[in-house]
Design a protein around this ligand. Structure first.
Ligand code: PBG
Length: 329
């Protein structure tokens, strides 16, 4: 008998849509998403963020309508960022009882009790200098900032936040917040730590949206160097030891290797933050007709799942929810 060429026929499993669906390894679900939203002081405001088409700052009077749309799309987790004008040295607006995020949280929890509100716990949107903590000697003072961060977390929990997500990258922030939450009777509230947060150029559009750009210097003494990988494991490890219930990696797209490393090294849910700059790049290219937006977004977010993310924080959540509905046969 004649000898045949010997090789593997991988294309057998790619012959049709149904065949490809049958063997697909990773999927996006609407339950995977947390949708970030910007809340601004004032009335009747719906400002589109210039560098983030399709993303708006909403005043409180218009917020519930938008949240309803989000809810009706099937999304069950949102995150608020506050935009205020009266800022001070210590970011008082972050932890007052009637702060903008606390008020938004109360409103939303009353109207949609089963919609999870994830609180971004940070000071940079509320400090006059735009840094994520208190400044001493031209740098953010770690331990002083922890006290304010813990206060912020407790005020967010009191307003009804379901998950506390500290993002200011102070050492010990999970330990400090866990202790403060427990002392205030919030033992049941989980902490989603932005454990692995890089000092990234991908946050530019967000800082426009949240008016939170640092007024001097940068965030490199507290956020991580994008060149580092092992440091991510140390950050994740210490936050787990301090009691983190979720670990976040941020940004997502150029840090998918880190998402995988973290997924392989911790046993809690891993969250990938598809940040503002990643969103802006896609939108800009789409507006120019240079890419197929839907196909590209689905590929990008599915890649985050493939890299090991269990949950994705993304400004595309609403769009994807619509697309997933359309595809539901
Ligand atoms: C607050 C915070 C930032 C983002 C989320 N929380 C900005 C920063 O660290 O400067 C960025 C999110 C995004 O770019 O979408 N510290």
């Amino acid at each position: 008998m004649e000898k045949n060429l010997d090789f593997k026929r991988h294309r057998r499993l790619r012959t049709s849509n149904s065949m490809r669906s049958l063997v697909r390894e990773n999927h996006l679900r609407v339950d995977d998403f947390i949708y970030p939203m910007f809340v601004i002081e004032g009335n009747k405001i719906k400002n589109e963020v210039a560098s983030m088409p399709g993303v708006y700052q909403f005043s409180l009077d218009l917020l519930l309508d938008e949240v309803k749309t989000v809810y009706n799309l099937g999304i069950r987790a949102i995150m608020f960022f506050g935009v205020i004008t009266a800022k001070d040295e210590i970011g008082t607006g972050a932890f007052v009882d009637d702060g903008i995020v606390q008020t938004a949280t109360r409103m939303v929890k009353e109207a949609f009790p089963d919609l999870l509100v994830v609180a971004d716990t940070c000071l940079c949107e509320y400090t006059s200098h735009g840094h994520c903590g208190v400044i001493h000697n031209h740098d953010v003072d770690n331990d002083e900032s922890l006290k304010l961060l813990a206060k912020t977390a407790v005020s967010q929990a009191e307003a009804g936040a379901d998950i506390i997500a500290p993002s200011n990258m102070m050492d010990g922030f999970v330990a400090a917040i866990r202790l403060a939450l427990d002392e205030a009777g919030f033992q049941h509230i989980p902490i989603m730590s932005y454990a692995v947060k890089y000092a990234s150029s991908f946050y530019g559009p967000f800082r426009d949206a949240a008016d939170s750009a640092p007024q001097f210097g940068d965030r490199k003494t507290y956020q991580m160097d994008p060149a580092n990988r092992l440091e991510a494991l140390r950050e994740a490890q210490s936050d787990i030891e301090e009691g983190a219930d979720f670990i976040m990696v941020k940004p997502a797209l150029s840090f998918l290797d880190i998402v995988r490393d973290v997924r392989n090294n911790v046993d809690v849910p891993v969250v990938a933050y598809n940040v503002s700059g990643e969103y802006a790049m896609v939108k800009a290219a789409a507006q120019n007709g240079w890419i197929d937006e839907k196909a590209l977004v689905m590929e990008m977010l599915t890649s985050m799942k493939r890299a090991g993310a269990d949950i994705i924080l993304t400004y595309f959540a609403k769009d994807v929810a619509v697309w997933l509905k359309e595809e539901n046969r």
